[in-house]
Design a protein around this ligand. Sequence first.
Ligand code: PHE
Length: 338
Amino acid sequence: MRTKIAELLKEIEQVEISTKDHLESFRLKYLSKKGLIPSLFNDFKDVAATERKEMGMLLNDLKNHAQTILDKFQDSFTSSTESESKLDTSLPAAGLSGSRHPLSIVRRDINGIFQRLGFVISEGPEIEDDFHNFTALNFPEEHPARDMQDTFFISKNPDIALRTHTSSVQVRIMEQGKLPIRIIAPGRVFRNEAISARAHCIFHQIEGLYIDKNVSFADLKQTLYYFAQEFFGPETKIRFRPSYFPFTETSAEMDVSCNICGGKGCNICKHSGWVEILGCGMVDPNVLEACGIDSNEYSGFAFGMGIERITMMKFQINDLRLFFENDLRFLKQFEAVI
Ligand code: PHE
């Protein structure tokens, strides 16, 4: 019996099973009631009492081995054939995998707040001419922002460049001459800056423009106050500091009370309690005139903010480069934010 068992063990190791039929013959030959292994069990009664224990173990090993082979092939045949036939590719997806990029989340939220105030989203080209990016916006000829240091020029004479801000979209809207105007312009902008934790040569802005009769600085303040409270929470305070932009007069920078420490002072706000988030001002009459709008009849305000900076504040991110690296360990942290 010992040799019989050893022979069968060798035999079942070598059986080739590549189809379901092969598997069924294997089962019939070795494991079915009249198969070779059960018939060995029948012969077991004739084994001498002294050898029973050992033979019993060998026989059981043989049977288990054959059963394992049978199970293994049975599994592999079902997973590759039956599950395929069950797959219905016409069914709708069970749920979307992946998540929004943090910059997309913040852009959508900011857009939503201004849209509720009646602002309409406008878009324009990323490759701009000098007139729309600079001249119409009252940039003097010698202004340093036109310098090769800041601007990626595509050609000189005529000057064509990657837009350095989305104010160029505002110019294109004003040129169309349909008044009043109430738009926001979200988009990608480009500046020739060294890449660091706080700056990148590509970033995103949302700029706003409102032009009508009798628009005043109070309208600007109230609009931005509403935005700050909606976005950062009802406790948020704002303050304005005088500033300079070629295309606005009066110009200001707006700070919001730090949403991390509530204004008490922390690392994020450099212990001042305030964080600068945007530039703004009353549209310079020169800009209105350059775009064909009568500055005696109309006035307006404009503002512009960087989406990266606001996202960093909102989610307490301390390195801007993370937005562009597509590291899944970073992106996966935003799966819970809808
Ligand atoms: N265009 C300015 C910038 O890119 C931001 C700004 C827009 C400032 C509108 C004032 C008014 O920095």
